[in-house]
Design a protein around this ligand. Structure first.
Ligand SMILES: [Zn+2]
Length: 63
């Protein structure tokens, strides 16, 4: 079941069934689940940018 949701960061609508194949998207998803508790509320782009930052600054988490 997929649904259209609105990203809490950029306000773009996205599909809740979006595929997150890139490593930075996976990293962002992990952070959303573990640190921010907002997984499912962010679009793939925002997950990717969060993940990209985390991979730069929190390298100990992603080795
Ligand atoms: Zn977004």
């Amino acid at each position: 079941m997929s649904a259209v949701k609105v990203c809490i960061l950029c306000k773009q609508s996205f599909d809740s069934d979006q595929s997150l194949d890139l490593p930075e998207q996976q990293a962002g998803l992990l952070l959303a689940k573990q640190e921010y508790q907002d997984a499912g509320d962010l679009c793939a782009n925002c997950l990717a940018s969060r993940g990209r930052l985390a991979m730069m600054y929190k390298t100990e988490c992603f080795d």
